[in-house]
Design a protein around this ligand. Sequence first.
Ligand code: APR
Length: 240
Amino acid sequence: MLADLIRNSNHTIVFTGAGMSTESGLPDFRSSNTGLWGQEDPSQVASTEALNKNVEQFFRFYRHRVLGVQDCMPHAGHFILAEWERKGLIQGIITQNVDGFHTEAGTINSMELHGTLQKVHCQSCGKDFGSDRYTEEQFYCPCGGTLRPSVVLFGEMLSEDTFTKAIQETEKSKLFIVLGSSLTVSPANQFPLLAKEHGAKLVIVNREPTMLDRYADMVINGKDIGEVLSEVDSELKMDL
Ligand code: APR
């Protein structure tokens, strides 16, 4: 059925959360037992307050995440999505993830709502650096300013340009597929409803139920995203 929905849509947008990267080896945030926020308090390590008041703890937390991304890589599901874009089966991916794996797997139109761990920038002069600065424990800019990952911290606004582009793509979508998000964090969790309001069909693929399942035209719980994408890809390949 999901393959049929993709075949019959001329503007399909995929929306991914941390559940898209757990099969690459990166933990998500809210899965019971393994989610990151089960071990760390986001307000203490991932907020503007943490950056200003607990900077050593902030550095430790984000260096650990930068090392994690460098040790992991996109899985088959990321590559399937990139291939679907090349074939015109999907028109873009809105992602909450900061691992850069969609781009690394070849996706062109990847809208990173929450920024990226692949880059850090100086709080004072704004200069950009690669995240290897954090790997090498270089946490300060030559100008003396603090280096921080180019991610959106709790308490910060999302990038205007990316947010606007994601709204435009969502409003044009005829099919909106959520992959691996609890849909609990705003404003990102407004996109599925915005798609519905503009007449799109909404599909939610998530191991656990989400708070927006009741608005979805189709919900797939209890299956891994990698398995779902591989099954749908095999079915679509039979069209050739
Ligand atoms: N297949 C399917 N679903 C999965 C898989 C998988 N392999 N792995 C995890 N999941 C599901 C979990 O059941 C969970 O409901 O993915 C969901 C991930 O939800 P969260 O951990 O809340 O991640 P996300 O929705 O991306 O969080 C949004 O919160 O902390 C902020 O900035 C952070 O971008 C993040 C935002």
